[in-house]
Design a protein. Structure first.
Length: 248
């Protein structure tokens, strides 16, 4: 509880907070992470390929039907709702100087919870586009069976997510680098900090108020001012309660 109190005090007095979230921020919404023992990479599957191959650009191009079968059954959680972590981060904007939420997640739950400045490094399962004419689609526009085709030109529709072998959106990455470099407090939640270039953002952080909330160790634990080994929702709910008491 001492670390929770210290984290709340750092956040309450910060000149500018940037939050970086990973899959662990969404597991309490029923969305599995990737690398834990119960994660997507360790789940038995019928396709005969590892997840990294199934979710690659080349596999999407060569085996679009199999890609979409795997994608709709493993990455799209249409009924998932924001959990206590998402809600607490949105509430924090009223109590602290939260500059941005940078997320590796593709579920759109930060925006649904009410966070106003979200940088989605890996895109979103909510958004799609035709590879031929670039017409935009939402998840609600798609049948979620077979390969979606454009109603305007008949072209193949692609998820607006960053697949393996694809670069991150340069504009979003530069925004993330800029806000991280200017941050007073960097709050990292639910990420192993093993996936680059997202994990490399920590190398741009120039402050000494790094808070890491994660269930397992990360390569950056030695740099953290505060280290909390607990679930994201529980931790952020506790921090939010203290912040609210401070503001009364």
């Amino acid at each position: 509880m001492e670390n929770i109190q210290k984290a709340a005090e750092l956040l309450q007095t910060a000149n500018g907070i940037v939050v970086l979230t990973g899959a662990g921020a969404s597991t309490e919404s029923g969305i599995p992470d990737f690398r834990s023992s119960d994660g997507l990479y360790h789940q038995p599957q019928k396709y005969g390929y590892p997840a990294e191959v199934l979710l690659s650009h080349s596999f999407f191009i060569l085996h679009t039907d199999t890609f979409y079968d795997y994608y709709f059954n493993n990455l799209v959680y249409k009924d998932a709702k924001p959990n206590d972590c998402h809600k607490a981060l949105a509430e924090m904007e009223k109590l602290c100087r939260v500059r941005a939420v940078i997320t590796q997640n593709i579920d759109g739950l930060h925006q649904e919870a009410g966070s106003t400045n979200v940088i989605e490094l890996h895109g979103s399962t909510k958004h799609y586009y035709c590879m031929a004419c670039r017409k935009q689609y939402s998840l609600d526009d798609l049948e979620q069976t077979g390969v979606p085709k454009c109603g305007q030109c008949g072209g193949t529709i692609k998820p607006d997510v960053v697949l393996y072998e694809e670069p991150l959106n340069e504009k979003d990455l530069m925004k993330a680098v800029t806000v991280t470099a200017d941050a007073d407090v960097l709050l990292v939640i639910g990420t192993s900090l093993a996936v680059y270039p997202a994990a490399g953002l920590l190398n741009y952080y120039r402050g000494n108020k790094l808070i890491i909330v994660n269930m397992s160790p990360t390569p950056y634990d030695g740099r953290a001012r505060i280290l909390i080994r607990d679930k994201a929702g529980k931790t952020m709910n506790s921090i939010l309660s203290i912040l609210k008491n401070m503001s009364d």
